[in-house]
Design a protein around this ligand. Structure first.
Ligand code: IDP
Ligand code: MG
Length: 148
């Protein structure tokens, strides 16, 4: 079992897509082990996107992600990191296949509505960063109908 960090960005919140996006993760069979909405500080945004700090789009990205509420989530399941990335789709919504969140709702790379950790080490870092209070340990009773 793996846990991944997923975040609906301010454009997803502004566009009223919170319920739609959370529903896709629920219906897939992932277990919600962390959920909250905050307006990110510049400090946490810079830390989250530190790998991109030298890229030309970095200042705009920080301004965007701190512009309003985001929805922070932790989802657990078998191969949760890849499962979540597949639900989300490629970075640019115009190239993302239909059926993925970005493919169904996105038209631009800078407004792609959602973040998902890309590897076990980034997931661990991002979960610690956004959920320093810890995650929920609980039994999703319906899980037995998702896994053989
Ligand atoms: P990912 O979210 O699919 O993992 P990354 O390449 O890690 O994509 O980029 C992180 C985020 O930075 C993207 O989701 C997007 O919000 C933003 N971003 C990436 N490239 C660009 C760009 O060329 N212009 C504007 N924003 C970008
Ligand atoms: Mg990335």
């Amino acid at each position: 079992m793996e846990t991944t960090y997923v975040m609906i960005k301010p454009d997803g919140v502004q566009r009223g897509l919170i319920g739609e996006i959370i529903g896709r993760f629920e219906q897939k069979g992932l277990k919600l082990v962390g959920l909250k909405s905050i307006i990110p500080s510049e400090e946490i945004a810079r830390s989250h996107y530190a790998v991109h700090s030298e890229r030309p789009f970095f200042p705009g990205l920080i301004k965007f992600v701190t512009s309003g509420p985001v929805v922070c989530m932790a989802w657990a399941g078998k191969d949760a990191i890849n499962v979540a990335r597949n639900l989300i789709g490629p970075t640019n919504g115009r190239e993302a296949p239909p059926g993925t969140i970005r493919g169904d709702y996105g038209m631009d790379i800078g407004y792609n509505m959602i973040h998902g950790s890309d590897a076990p080490d980034t997931a661990e870092f991002e979960l610690g960063l956004w959920f320093s209070e810890g995650l929920m340990d609980w039994d999703l009773t319906i899980s037995r109908w998702f896994y053989e």
